[in-house]
Design a protein around this ligand. Structure first.
Ligand code: FES
Length: 158
C-alpha cells in the first residue's frame, strides 16, 4: 500500500495542457481505484480519463453553412469552434477548410495569425494554404474538409 502511494503518477506528456479532469482530487481518485488493478490498470485508467476531449466530438457529417465569406479575411482565416472547422483564404476568393482539432493531442485550434493556424495548447502551427505543419510539436497536417461558396456563404462538409 505504502509502496503504491509513493509510486510516481503516470504522466501523459501529449495530453499536458489540454487534458485536465478539473481537480487533483479526481486524478487521485482514479489512481486509488486503479491501485487494486495494478500498474497497467493505472495507465489504462489515466488514458481513459484523458480521452474525454476527443471522444465527444460532433458526429455531424452533412453540409453545414458556416457564414458569409466576408468573415474570412484574405491571407487569414476563421475558426468555427462549434463546428470544429477552420476556414482560410490564402488568396482572394480561394477558400480552404480543415479540421480544427489539432493533430498533436486533440486541442481545438483557436486562431489564425501570420499565415498560420495556431494551437494554444503546445504551440503547433499549421499553414493556411494546405494545413501542413509549420511548427511542431504536431507532425501531421490538419485534415482537409470540402468547402464551397453558395450564395455568398461558406458551406463545409464536416
Ligand atoms: S494539442 Fe498540442 S499543439 Fe495542439
Amino acid at each position: 500500500m505504502t509502496q503504491l502511494d509513493a509510486a510516481p503518477a503516470p504522466e501523459n506528456a501529449d495530453c499536458a495542457g489540454c487534458c485536465t479532469t478539473g481537480t487533483g482530487t479526481d486524478r487521485r481518485a482514479v489512481l486509488r481505484g486503479a491501485a487494486a488493478v495494478g500498474v497497467a490498470g493505472v495507465a489504462g485508467l489515466a488514458l481513459a480519463a484523458c480521452s474525454f476531449g476527443s471522444s465527444s466530438t460532433s458526429t455531424a457529417s452533412g453540409p453545414t453553412t458556416l457564414g458569409p465569406t466576408s468573415d474570412v479575411p484574405v491571407g487569414g482565416g476563421k475558426v468555427y469552434k462549434d463546428d470544429k472547422v477552420v476556414v482560410t483564404q490564402p488568396t482572394s476568393g480561394q477558400f480552404k477548410a480543415f479540421s480544427a482539432v489539432c493533430t498533436h493531442a486533440g486541442c481545438l485550434v483557436d486562431g489564425v495569425q501570420g499565415g498560420t493556424i495556431q494551437c494554444p495548447c503546445h504551440g503547433s502551427q499549421f499553414k493556411i494554404a494546405d494545413g501542413s505543419v509549420a511548427n511542431g510539436p504536431a507532425t501531421s497536417p490538419l485534415p482537409a474538409k470540402t468547402v464551397a461558396v453558395q450564395n455568398g456563404k461558406l458551406v463545409v462538409t464536416v
